[in-house]
Design a protein around this ligand. Sequence first.
Ligand code: 2NL
Length: 348
Amino acid sequence: MNLQNKLTDLKRQALSEIEQTETPDKINEIRVHLLGKKGPITEILRGMRELPKEQRPEVGSFANKVRDELTNAIDEQKEKIETLLTAKRLENEAIDVTLPGVPVKTGTPHIIMQVIDQIEKLFLGMGYQVVDGPEVEEDHYNFEMMNLPKDHPARDMQDTFYITDQILMRTQTSPVQARTMEKHDFSQGPLRMISPGKVYRRDTDDATHSHQFHQVEGLVIDKHITMADLKGTLAKIAQTIFGEEREIRLRPSYFPFTEPSVEVDVSCFKCGGKGCQVCKQTGWIEVLGAGMVHPNVLKMAGIDPEVYGGFAFGLGPDRFAMLKYGVDDIREFYLNDVRFLEQFSQKG
Ligand code: 2NL
């Protein structure tokens, strides 16, 4: 058999072998075996030495053609195998996006936070800032600046968690307001702020007392602030939490940091004012305390009470939530029993 026939034979055999190959390893093996230094093509080319000189170019070019054809066939088969493997892998790894998912159990804001959020939204809408501050406070900001002198009964060890004789757990959020008043630059405009947050009292926990609860205080300081501004603002709070139809009434009261001071009642959201269990037949429910900022408080913050005045109020989101949702034990808010908390899910 001449070399051309040998090459043609080899080609036919090799092509059929290549075509039947199914793995990348096997195709690499064929490549090395067929086209390598010890392979049949190299061997046939070596046999050209036996040929007469004039036949060599023709056989040589034929051999090169066969080698190129086989190289192409190997490359093509390799690509075919890889495409097939990729397709198979994609099929195996396919995700059915129409399958129902595993539901994720999400929580909901705590009911106290829901009340605070509502109040924040209302006051942000009226141009107030919402300000945070430390829960571990200095006696100076918590009491002194709020016009509670050293011998005042509210400063008693009995009622306050003292850390040292100067450091304590804040009993109100007013120290945040004291710090803000002190820093405020009135040439830039009035001060309008609320300070929501946790407060602490040295109480024994029971249905109506918790050693830690919440407060939102509000403060406006400007020229020409009157009690009418205060009353309108308080009515807005009452209506936001207890319903658009609510009215408020003010009764005289006493706080060291305001003068005059008032206690604020809201018309009963249960009976509308006719008298029922919730309002104890009075038609009114006490919901917060407020007043005009005491001149001493302004002075201590470096504000001239002859030029500036303001109003302030303090309310308890815990009490608001208890009233609004008929919760009769404040401790429910802090036990974190999911069965209690999820009754106030916002998801509906
Ligand atoms: C209440 C009463 C109140 C304030 C808090 C306050 C703050 C500054 C100046 C003056 Cl910086 N007053 N806060 C005023 C009146 C009442 O809280 O019954 N809270 C539960």
